[in-house]
Ligand binder design. Structure first.
Ligand code: IMP
Length: 209
């Protein structure tokens, strides 16, 4: 089936095509003639995912889906969360976003270390984190949402050349010692947040269409 995917990110488009397989022909925003940035003003991943899909449906009136993904780092109180795409500020690249996460964790660890030197008891700083994806599908004018989560931890430094976004600093529980940028695309897709959400969408479509 032909369906528009609300992304301008080539990495995401390729991943989604791989995950959904041959039954789907994905149309990118550029191919659908959407040149403007789609507004993302919600306070949650669900709200942003819905907003993007709804925007596209209102404009094009055809079957479409959008995803919104966030990285939650426990020691940062769940940040970057909905600010994942622009954590280091508007227009900054992914190295800056990753550097900010690594820096903030190092500051928290430094503070804990200092407290110990002053004889205070501290708990080891957790590097636990997770990616969450929410996919919103609008099909025949009806809305359906799917979610996927990938648990892991933040690496001490960047590693790997694959993937995109925060992949070089995220170590999934399934691949200890390797970041998502160190493993292959197929390995990532089999476990990823977006893989889980998109496979749930594909299964729903198979059963309901
Ligand atoms: P979006 O809102 O879904 O576009 O994603 C928010 C930000 O998270 C984007 O800037 C992405 O680069 C980043 N991101 C989304 N998915 C992944 C992933 O699978 N790995 C690493 N970073 C990701």
């Amino acid at each position: 089936m032909k369906i528009v995917f609300a992304t301008g990110n080539i990495g995401k488009l390729r991943e989604a095509s791989e995950i959904l397989g041959e039954g789907f022909e994905l149309v990118s925003l550029a191919q659908a003639g959407i040149e403007e940035d789609i507004p993302e003003t919600g306070n949650t991943l669900r709200a942003n995912s819905l907003q993007k899909a709804q925007y596209l449906y209102d404009k094009l009136g055809c079957d479409c889906f959008a995803d919104d993904t966030g990285l939650e780092v426990d020691a940062l109180g769940g940040a970057p969360g909905v600010y994942t795409a622009r954590y280091a500020g508007e227009g900054k690249d992914f190295n800056a976003n990753m550097d900010k996460v690594l820096y903030e964790l190092s500051v928290i660890e430094g503070e804990a270390h200092m407290a110990e030197e002053f004889g205070l008891k501290t708990k080891p700083v957790s590097r636990r984190a997770r990616f969450k994806s929410v996919v919103t599908l609008i099909i025949d004018g009806k809305i359906k949402m799917f979610e996927g989560t990938l648990e892991g931890e933040i690496a001490r430094e960047k590693s790997g050349n694959g993937g995109f976004g925060y992949d070089p600093i995220f170590i999934a529980d399934e691949y200890p010692g390797l970041t998502l940028a160190d493993i292959s695309e197929d390995e990532k897709n089999a476990i990823s947040h977006r893989g889980k959400a998109l496979r749930a969408m594909a299964q729903w479509l198979q059963e309901n269409r």
